[in-house]
Ligand binder design. Structure first.
Ligand code: NAD
Length: 272
């Protein structure tokens, strides 16, 4: 049976890559709706042509309500405020969601949690398989190296990224903090300047770079006296995220209401 997929943010960097990823996936998944902001200059455009894939007959529309009856699962990579409005609409119409947007406030996250009591939602700060494997490696490294190391998270992204540190860097910090029984809100240090004093071992530092067209680099350093371990992931194409999000959509179809993540999709939660 065909699973009908809609994309919000269809003309964005991730939106266009998702259109391509769905076309490449073939099989049961079919793009049936492409949604953009009401004031977007792309309304009416053929979404396949927009993604450089040739015509697919799915025009870009300016409101989810116009197409929501033609969607089983909505994939959303937009902006936090847009995602929160979309999630409420999807919960009302019982449309499952894959959420890739990052940068939510705790209040916005609470709205997503609330919607997940009515529909299945898969939300991840990073949908790449490699990054999700890294989360497991980070958990293991933190448990083995324990309180004998200083831990720093470094991330670099393209100049257009609007939130910092990246959602992935924060997730990496969360994994490490949880493994060590620390509260990230209390131990995170976001950047340093001036007379900072010596480093406290309990802290987890974050460093952010924004430059050029970097798709997404992350390194977590575990540094002791005499040796250090570095776990690095480098994304060279947005297709790594798009392929993961499409895989999540296929996995989500028919699931009970609830909040899932990419670890669930890949079966990695069972390893813990
Ligand atoms: P982008 O700015 O290129 O695209 C966002 C698109 O959303 C734009 O085309 C914009 O017009 C559209 N949009 C905004 N409001 C809308 C609304 N109300 N309805 C419909 N469309 C709307 O950004 P991007 O690089 O594609 O990234 C989008 C988000 O995805 C960011 O939060 C980014 O951090 C996140 N991201 C997540 C992952 C992951 O794996 N989870 C990977 C890459 C990017």
């Amino acid at each position: 049976m065909t699973t009908r997929i809609g994309i919000t943010g269809a003309a964005g960097r991730m939106g266009r890559t998702l259109i391509e990823a769905i076309a490449l996936a073939g099989g049961e998944l079919k793009l049936t709706a492409a949604i953009e902001r009401p004031e977007s200059g792309f309304l009416g455009a053929d979404s396949g042509e927009l993604a450089g894939q040739g015509r697919n007959g799915v025009p870009v529309v300016g409101a989810l309500v116009q197409v929501i009856d033609h969607i089983d699962i909505l994939i959303d990579f937009t902006l936090p405020a847009a995602t929160v409005a979309t999630v409420a609409e999807c919960a009302q119409h019982r449309v499952a969601m894959v959420i890739g947007t990052t940068g939510f406030t705790p209040a916005q996250q609470a709205q997503i949690d609330q919607a997940s009591t009515r529909v299945a939602i898969c939300k991840a700060s990073n949908f790449s398989t490699g990054v999700n494997l890294c989360f497991q490696l980070l958990d293991m490294a933190a448990r083995v190296l324990g309180d004998d190391v200083d831990i720093e998270v470094y991330e670099a992204h393209h100049r257009h990224k609007i939130d910092a540190p990246s959602g992935t860097a924060l997730s990496m910090g969360q994994v490490v903090a949880k493994a060590l029984g620390r509260d990230l809100d209390k131990v995170a240090v976001y950047g340093r300047q001036g007379q900072t004093g010596a480093r406290s071992r309990q802290t987890i530092g974050f460093a952010t770079v924004r430059a050029g067209d970097i798709v997404g680099d992350h390194t977590v350093t575990f540094a002791a006296d005499g040796e250090r371990v570095e776990i690095t992931h480098k994304a060279s194409s947005r297709m790594s995220f798009a392929r993961g999000a499409v895989r999540a959509a296929a996995w989500l179809w028919g699931r009970d209401a609830g909040l899932y993540d990419m670890q669930d999709v890949l079966g990695l939660n069972k390893l813990n």
